[in-house]
Write a protein that binds this ligand. Structure first.
Ligand code: IMP
Ligand code: MG
Length: 177
């Protein structure tokens, strides 16, 4: 393992994240006025961000979850996506907003949007806490993005390194040793 498990500085604070969640929830409320939305949280990293955003959406909101994994190395997406838990809800004719922790290569979200499109939702959008555009390989963008980050391995606020650090109440990164 080349990365020491030392957490770097606070890159984005809890207060900044929560303020951004309020702004994005207001945009969603405006964009879907008079409609209802289904938030689909991608386990497990999206949970803290999804909780922040959903509280401030002033629409009929339902939530559901999916779990996906990409095979391969811990800090690099392999490009192969596996569905570990599918939705319980029927999404045909509904407005779906996928809530993710980070758009990195974009491969996971490209696969997921295609997978869900087959079920004929009325619309699909993406709401991601973070965007790491430097590593994009698939033509995917977030419709609602909290923050853009540089090409570092991010942890905290749901994001993990080997399942650790998800509970940190701020965004940080692994310090190289
Ligand atoms: P993708 O490369 O866009 O397909 O991202 C797949 C998944 O890799 C994301 O949903 C995250 O769970 C994880 N991931 C990507 N970049 C990071 C990171 O910097 N820290 C922690 N997890 C990451
Ligand atoms: Mg994830």
């Amino acid at each position: 393992m080349n990365k020491s498990q030392v957490i770097g500085q606070v890159m984005i604070s809890q207060e900044e994240i929560q303020q951004r969640a309020i702004e994005i929830a207001a945009e969603i409320t405006e964009d879907y006025k008079g409609e209802s939305v289904l938030l689909v949280g991608i386990l497990r990293g999206a949970v803290p961000w999804m909780v922040d955003v959903m509280k401030h959406i002033d629409l009929d909101v339902e939530i559901d979850f999916m779990a996906v994994s990409s095979y391969g190395a811990a800090t690099k997406s392999s490009g192969v996506v596996k569905i570990n838990k599918d939705l319980d809800s029927d999404i045909e004719g509904r407005h779906v907003i996928i809530v993710e922790d980070i758009v990195d290569t974009g491969i996971t979200l490209q696969y997921l949007t295609g997978y869900l499109e087959n079920r004929k939702p009325k619309s699909i959008k993406i709401c991601a806490l973070l965007d790491k555009p430097a590593r994009r390989r698939a033509d995917v963008y977030g419709d609602y993005v909290g923050f853009s980050v540089e090409d570092k391995f991010i942890v905290g606020y749901g994001l993990d390194f080997n399942q650790k650090y998800r509970q940190l109440p701020y965004i940080s990164c692994l310090a190289e040793d």
